[in-house]
Design a protein around this ligand. Structure first.
Ligand SMILES: [Zn+2]
Length: 92
């Protein structure tokens, strides 16, 4: 199998939930031959951000964008983890 990142040769490296895993010999990244879930596009990321700021619930966002509720939740948690707390006392 060819690596999806650098087109190098891959070797088998065990199974994860009954799916064969592969590891690239050049860049050491692990991957699968094929993934069941499709990736959420960057436009949908922006839409989740916009709808979440408009106080839409997770079910509402999932219904409007045709993604699963767990995907909407995961996107929101990922965005929330990047927020940095402001330290007002460091400015003075
Ligand atoms: Zn590689």
């Amino acid at each position: 199998m060819k690596c999806i990142y650098c087109q190098g040769d891959c070797i088998k490296t065990g199974k994860m939930k009954n799916v064969q895993g592969y590891q690239c010999k050049a860049c050491n990244k692990t991957q699968q031959k094929r993934y069941n879930k499709t990736r959420i596009s960057q436009e949908k990321y922006q839409e989740v951000h916009r709808l979440n700021n408009e106080c839409c619930g997770i079910s509402h966002i999932a219904r409007l964008l045709y993604i699963s509720k767990s995907s909407a939740q995961r996107v929101i948690i990922r965005m929330a983890s990047k927020i940095q707390k402001l330290d007002f006392f460091s400015f003075s």
